[in-house]
Design a protein around this ligand. Structure first.
Ligand code: LIP
Length: 269
């Protein structure tokens, strides 16, 4: 895509992410309708309202672009694609916990080019552009390298994978000497790795709308990420691992995520 096209989309992305964050914050203060889409898979009326606002704004500016949203699904086709999670951390949002965000990514020709995450209860706006770095409220972000004995690793959970697979992964990560946490928002979990607050994020299955903006931020902040988009990760989701580069070996071994790509690379080298 021409630079001009990306410059315009970057400006629109930041403005729309900020506006969507403000709407989510306002809806957080109101009683809302809550449903379960599946086991422990929350959806609220706010998710739909915020997503419709985001798609409406972006469609006005870029009528030929395509969209993939958690609530609205896929719309349109072509090389310019917006991937949207209107409220990531919906279980937190639905239970009055402020740890949630809006996550929007833009892909051009199948390549991740732009990402923004708005965490309105914290007054935080994260953004990244391929080859141009990652920022939190305009401060440059860098992953924090540390040794495994000091490492804080977030391990996301959902009912999409067997509980035994998750608890076994927790045991293996703890056996490395690291500690773990689960905060309920994959997008914020990845943004925290990019900002050096935590040292790794892993989840055995997560969706592209939860992860793409955060993965771009980790890469632009000097971190390592697995090949999430391999095997149709965009449409079907995938396992994700993102971390400080010095922890890659230990975490690939402990989580088993990214092993395939490493073996592939080893075979190809
Ligand atoms: C959530 C993810 C989280 C995962 C949850 C859920 P949502 O996304 O951010 O990492 O563990 O199962 O997928 O549903 O709040 O957008």
């Amino acid at each position: 895509m021409r630079e001009g096209g990306l410059d315009a989309r970057e400006q629109a992305l930041v403005a729309v992410a900020r506006e969507a964050g403000a709407l989510a914050r306002e809806l957080f203060s109101r009683p809302i309708e809550i449903k379960l889409k599946g086991k422990q898979d929350y959806v609220t009326a706010a998710d739909g309202e915020v997503e419709r606002m985001i798609v409406g704004r972006l469609k006005q500016r870029f009528p030929r672009d395509a969209f993939l949203g958690e609530e609205g699904g896929a719309e349109g086709s072509g090389d310019a694609l917006w991937v949207i999670d209107p409220i990531d951390g919906t279980a937190n949002f639905a239970n009055r916990m402020p740890h949630f965000c809006v996550s929007i990514a833009f892909m051009s020709g199948g390549e991740l080019a732009l990402g923004a995450i708005s965490a309105p209860m914290y007054g935080e706006l994260y953004r990244a552009r391929l080859g141009r770095g990652a920022f939190l409220n305009d401060r440059a972000m860098r992953v924090a390298d540390t040794d495994i004995a000091h490492a804080v690793i977030e391990l996301g959970w959902s009912a999409r994978r067997p509980t035994r697979a998750y608890t076994a992964m927790v045991e293996r990560v703890l056996a490395t000497g690291a500690t773990f946490q689960r905060a309920g928002s994959g997008a914020l979990g990845l943004a925290y790795v990019a900002d050096g607050r935590t040292h790794g994020y892993c989840e055995l299955h997560i969706n592209s709308w939860d992860t793409l903006a955060g993965l771009l931020m980790v890469g632009e902040a000097g971190g390592w990420t697995n090949d999430f988009l391999a095997g149709d990760g965009l449409a079907r989701g995938n396992a994700v691992l993102a971390c400080a580069p010095g922890l890659k070996e230990a975490l690939v071994a402990a989580t088993g995520v990214g092993q395939a790509n490493e073996n592939l690379k080893r075979r190809m080298s």
